[in-house]
Design a protein around this ligand. Structure first.
Ligand SMILES: NC(=O)c1ccc[n+]([C@@H]2O[C@H](COP(=O)([O-])OP(=O)(O)OC[C@H]3O[C@@H](n4cnc5c(N)ncnc54)[C@H](OP(=O)(O)O)[C@@H]3O)[C@@H](O)[C@H]2O)c1
Length: 238
């Protein structure tokens, strides 16, 4: 991969952009306010980074990272990402996104809902189960003995393979967690969510940012995904 498009320049989008430029991948990054608002980030990222429109980021390179709030998905033109490999980082937080009946009823997972909004896009759920804050702490070069693994899920095997290859280059191993319908296994509150990257996974939520991380090898992540129970999304309080 030579270029990654990034839609969303917030916490996750910028953390992944930093990994990409460090891995010698060019990035075209976009947000809702337009390229001129990204001058400082692009300067920080260096010569491999360009600020673009959402359309430019959607069509740049071989894959797109979609890292925007769930409420913003419907503003992305439905056809824009058709046929593209898209890494979807989205999670459902009712306090931010409002209550969404299809998610509360567990009829679909969050990325299945995204797939309905973006028909034809080759969605791969990724980077949603790790805090942006922990991404630079845990990313490692390919041969490091203490690499952590991230789960991915998707319905298109080719897109999933491309996403895995990209993530491996960005600094993480990957574990295939199945199809989009199985991606609840690493959604918020599940057994494979952000706490699994802490050295003490039982710390109270308010202490997560102060708690040191610990590398999570692929076999441990696989076990966590296997043991994960589907949470009652309707009872989510955040
Ligand atoms: N933060 C985390 O640790 C974390 C961890 C796992 C998953 N996630 C999930 O990943 C997604 C992104 O989270 P985040 O924390 O990175 O969000 P964030 O810091 O709030 O940033 C959101 C980004 O999305 C952009 N955006 C909003 N609407 C847009 C639109 N219509 N078109 C283009 N760009 C748009 C915003 O642009 P403007 O600034 O110009 O409005 C901003 O750059 C969310 O779904 C979140 O739930 C976050």
């Amino acid at each position: 991969m030579s270029t990654l498009g990034i839609i969303g320049s917030g916490q996750i989008g910028s953390a992944v952009a930093r990994l990409a430029v460090a891995a010698d991948i060019d990035v075209v990054i976009a947000n809702s306010r337009g390229p001129q608002s990204l001058a400082a980030l692009v300067e920080e990222l260096g010569s491999r980074a360009t600020a673009g429109t959402v359309k430019q980021a959607a069509h740049a390179g071989e894959a797109t990272l979609l890292s925007i709030p769930l409420t913003a998905y419907s503003s992305v033109p439905a056809d824009l990402l058709r046929g593209r490999t898209v890494l979807d980082t989205g999670n459902y937080y009712p306090f931010r996104d409002g209550r969404i009946a299809e998610l509360d009823s567990e009829k679909v997972t969050t990325t299945e809902l995204a797939q309905q909004l973006l028909p034809g896009a080759l969605l791969v759920k990724a980077f949603n189960n790790i805090l942006a804050h922990h991404i630079p702490q845990l990313a490692r070069h390919t041969r490091a003995p203490d690499r952590s693994a991230l789960p991915i899920a998707g319905d298109d095997p080719g897109a999933k393979a491309r996403a895995a290859q990209l993530i491996e280059r960005l600094g993480f191993d990957t574990v295939d967690a199945g199809t989009l319908s199985e991606s609840w296994r690493f959604e918020p509150e599940s057994g494979a969510y952000i706490q699994i990257y802490l050295n003490d996974p039982d710390v109270p939520v308010e202490r997560i940012l102060q708690t040191p991380t610990a590398p999570l090898p692929a076999d441990k992540l696989r076990a966590a995904l296997q043991a994960s129970q589907r949470v009652k999304v309707a009872e989510r309080t955040f």
